[in-house]
Design a protein around this ligand. Structure first.
Ligand code: AP5
Length: 220
């Protein structure tokens, strides 16, 4: 199964992907995680991206699309994947379709998660991420057992540089301007499936698995 995860910053795309990837036996590809990894390792690409990511602006389409295209050539993704954070503009969505049509592996569903703005700000300002393994926590909603320490690998938890109120506002603005048109793009292809991102993650996870199971059964 090949799924695109759509939704504003903080809707819970990464959290949901982490919860359902094993049940669906597919991979999770997050363009945000790819960029943060490049920045962490101080690569030339990372240095180039840092200026966009830390301002809450989009990295240029051609750079992101090339990275995703190269990644998708890896046989590990043949079993399926969730694309989280890509596509993010109409150009990226169209280019992705072209790439996947050439590979004869089109997207099956675009899962659209909406969440209220107040909740988004609360989620993003309280988010903490493990420096080592990338596991995602929240100081109130999903606290680590020991403050500042990852439950999974013992790594240090940190706050993303773009999770401050000013950059969150910018990211939301960019989202409404550049990303929301993609919702209609997938709706017109009859691939859009909407879920309520305001829900608690366990409940949401159950809803999504049930929905995907039903849709998959109808396709077969
Ligand atoms: P990216 O990393 O993709 O950031 P984002 O889209 O802003 O998404 P987030 O990671 O902030 O949100 P999420 O929905 O995954 O939330 P999460 O599950 O962590 O991109 C970062 C930057 O990279 C961009 O600004 C841009 O510069 C660049 N970039 C990336 N892709 C690009 C592209 N294609 N083109 C151009 N530039 C690109 O949850 C958030 C918090 O809420 C967590 O603490 C979590 O514990 C909590 N939480 C989640 N779900 C729930 C729930 N249901 N109930 C309670 N708490 C919850």
């Amino acid at each position: 199964m090949r799924i695109v995860l759509l939704g504003p910053p903080g809707a819970g795309k990464g959290t949901l992907a982490g919860l359902i990837k094993d049940s669906l036996d597919i991979e999770h590809i997050s363009t945000g995680d790819i960029f943060r990894d490049e920045m962490k390792h101080h690569t030339a690409l990372g240095a180039e991206m840092k200026k966009y990511v830390e301002r809450g602006e989009l990295v240029p389409d051609e750079v992101v699309t090339k990275i995703v295209e190269n990644k998708l050539k890896n046989p590990i993704f043949e079993k399926g994947y969730m694309l989280d954070g890509f596509p993010r503009t109409s150009k990226q969505a169209k280019d992705l379709d072209e790439i996947l049509n050439r590979m004869s592996t089109p997207i099956d569903f675009a899962l659209y998660m909406e969440a209220d703005l107040e909740l988004i700000v609360q989620r993003l300002t309280g988010r903490r991420v493990c420096r080592k393994c990338g596991a995602v926590y929240h100081v109130q909603n999903r606290p680590a057992k020991v403050e500042g320490v990852c439950d999974v690998c013992g790594g240090e938890l940190y706050q993303r540089a773009d999770d401050n109120e000013e950059t969150i506002r910018k990211r939301m603005e960019v989202y409404y301007q550049s990303t929301t048109p993609i919702v209609e793009y997938y709706r017109s292809q009859n691939k859009l499936r909407q879920v309520d991102g305001n829900k608690d993650s366990a409940e949401l996870c159950k809803d999504v698995l049930k929905m995907l199971d039903e849709k998959q059964r109808h396709k077969n």
